[in-house]
Design a protein around this ligand. Structure first.
Ligand SMILES: Nc1ncnc2c1ncn2[C@@H]1O[C@H](COP(=O)(O)OP(=O)(O)OP(=O)(O)O)[C@@H](O)[C@H]1O
Length: 295
């Protein structure tokens, strides 16, 4: 829930805003919606509150043709929500209440085994408990399902098993910095930290770099490849990373033998479309909005 204001309120102060917007978000859901819009058959594994927002979210998944067989609702917590205040200078103050997300545990992941073990690809993030994400990644690996892990929001002491369970470890610059303790200011820096992350046991690493596209590192000893993107006028980059990952999941599912660099090139172009319109999920392109050369 985002309010636009001239300036951020001080403690105890009430001020008038000039714009208010409610949109669906959450990294996992965003990624799932982008993959579904490109034509992937998708299922979401998550927990929502038994409340107004939870009901609306179930409907949003259904509207996108996303299976809700493993979307559970609980009376014990609220649906995860973010209250966002943005001032006219573009600065923000955000409160996230994870709510029901934190009640998604190993039991729920176990119930989702039929979907996880038969998928072409599993995508996990860190907006639920890390244990639950790691269990799902291990479950996928046991069934030879390819995995994309997006360590976001990043935690400095990420368990080493996450690297080993990731076929594609995909993060942005600031997450790469937090995980390695190294500065990522240039494409070269991204290549260096990518090599370090690869050395921790991932199958491959992608570091997204906003308007500069991304860097892909596929195997020990091979040099990092910079994959630039097209130059566009960005209006709102919120959720661009999730658009990229959703598109990447689509390509892994539909073109499993395509080189990762080519998938990243195409995912760059999908995410570049998403930054040209306001909003998060509402800015994600559908297959019909994209050039046929991307399919
Ligand atoms: N200004 C831009 N112009 C073109 N493409 C962009 C731009 N910003 C982002 N992208 C595309 O989106 C991808 C992800 O962007 P970025 O690295 O900023 O992710 P992020 O920081 O995780 O984003 P967010 O947190 O806003 O979702 C980039 O790799 C690129 O393909």
């Amino acid at each position: 829930m985002a309010s636009q204001v001239q300036r951020l309120p001080k403690v105890g102060e009430t001020i008038h805003g000039h714009k208010f917007f409610i949109g669906f978000g959450g990294k996992g859901a965003n990624q799932c919606v982008q993959a579904a819009r490109m034509g992937a058959k998708t299922a979401m594994v998550c927990k929502l509150g038994n409340d107004f927002f939870g009901d609306k979210y179930v409907q949003n998944f259904k509207d996108h043709g996303i299976s809700t067989d493993y979307v559970e609702q609980t009376a014990e917590a609220v649906t995860g929500a973010a209250s966002i205040i943005v001032n006219d200078a573009g600065e923000n103050a955000i409160v996230i209440v994870a709510g029901a997300n934190l009640l998604l545990g190993n039991e729920e992941i176990q119930r989702a085994k039929p979907a996880v073990s038969q998928a072409k690809v599993l995508v996990c993030q860190l907006e639920i408990s890390p244990d639950a994400s790691l269990k799902a990644l291990h479950m996928a690996k046991e069934s030879y399902v390819r995995t994309i892990f997006n360590p976001a929001p990043a935690i400095a002491d990420l368990h080493s098993d996450f690297y080993k369970a990731s076929d594609v470890f995909c993060c942005n610059e600031s997450e790469a910095e937090l995980l390695t303790g190294q500065t990522v200011a240039t494409v070269e820096d991204a290549g260096k930290v990518g090599v370090e992350l690869l050395g921790r046991g991932c199958g491959s690493v992608i570091i997204t770099l906003g308007a500069q596209g991304c860097v892909v590192i596929t195997a020990q000893g091979s040099s990092p490849k910079h994959v630039p993107t097209s130059k566009v006028t960005a209006v709102d980059t919120t959720g661009a990373g999730d658009s990229f990952i959703g598109a990447l999941a689509f390509y892994i599912a539909h073109y499993p033998t395509m080189p990762l660099e080519e998938m990243a090139r195409r995912a760059n172009l999908v995410a570049a479309v998403s930054v040209q319109t306001e909003g998060t999920q509402s800015s994600y392109p559908c297959k019909k909005d994209l050039p046929s050369a991307l399919f």
